[in-house]
Design a protein around this ligand. Structure first.
Ligand code: AP5
Length: 220
């Protein structure tokens, strides 16, 4: 089962992607996480990507597609949850070609719908663990000990691109370049499921699992 978890920045793709991957035994591919790893390791790709990420712009398609091809070559056994990919028309087409080569396809696109104002508020409260990738929120999902990761004890950090002006830029980029990807899958007849993301994490999780467990749910 290969799934795309889709939605604006801060919709909860990372939070829900990790929970769904555990629940269904799937791999999770987050292009944002792969890029942040490359930035932390200061690889040439990371240094190139950082210029775009810090100001809320998309990283060029050829960089992203190189990363994803490398990943699909080695992973994907039981299925993959794509988190934050594809984000452009070039990326959705490239994923189709890569899938055709290995005899797989996208089984469902799950869209998390969240208002812009909720997103700005969430991003201001997000804290991430630089060591294990766990994500918290000082308002909604706080860690047990303030500033410390529950899983590995590392000090939590804020993301550079969570500053309000950059979040608003990311939202604008999402509307202009990424939201149209939904139409690509609608026209292809892929199963599309919209889930309200403005609810507590557990309720969003329950709704996503229900949608994925319903084999013959109608396409929206
Ligand atoms: P990426 O890391 O993918 O960022 P994003 O899509 O903007 O999404 P986020 O990671 O910010 O949010 P999320 O939806 O995962 O939400 P989360 O679960 O963390 O990409 C970063 C950058 O990399 C991009 O701007 C771009 O430059 C580049 N990039 C990445 N992929 C690319 C691609 N394919 N092509 C080109 N460039 C690419 O939740 C957010 C916060 O809300 C957390 O604090 C969380 O605890 C909290 N929260 C989650 N759910 C709830 C809830 N239900 N209620 C209350 N709070 C909640």
């Amino acid at each position: 089962m290969d799934i795309i978890l889709f939605g604006p920045p801060g919709a909860g793709k990372g939070t829900q992607g990790a929970l769904l991957a555990d629940h269904f035994g799937l791999q999770r591919l987050s292009t944002g996480d792969l890029l942040r790893d490359a930035v932390r390791q200061a690889t040439p790709l990371g240094l190139e990507a950082r210029r775009f990420m810090d100001v809320g712009e998309l990283v060029p398609d050829q960089v992203i597609l190189g990363l994803v091809r490398e990943y699909l070559g080695g992973e994907g056994g039981a299925g993959v949850i794509f988190d934050g990919f594809p984000r452009t028309d070039a990326q959705d087409r490239a994923l189709d070609w890569a899938h055709a080569e290995i005899g797989r396809r996208i089984d469902a696109v799950l869209v998390l719908d969240v208002s812009d104002e909720s997103i700005v508020q969430r991003m201001a409260g997000r804290r991430s663990c630089p060591a294990c990738g766990a994500v918290y929120n000082v308002h909604f999902e706080p860690p047990g000990i303030a500033g410390r990761c529950d899983r590995c004890g590392s000090e939590l950090v804020s993301r550079v691109d969570d500053e309000e002006a950059t979040v608003r830029r990311r939202l604008a980029v999402y509307q202009a370049q990424t939201a149209p990807v939904i139409d690509y899958y609608r026209l292809a007849g892929t199963r599309l499921e919209h889930v309200p993301g403005d609810q507590p994490v557990e309720q969003v999780q329950k709704a996503l699992i229900e949608r994925l467990s319903t084999a013959s749910a109608p396409t929206q």
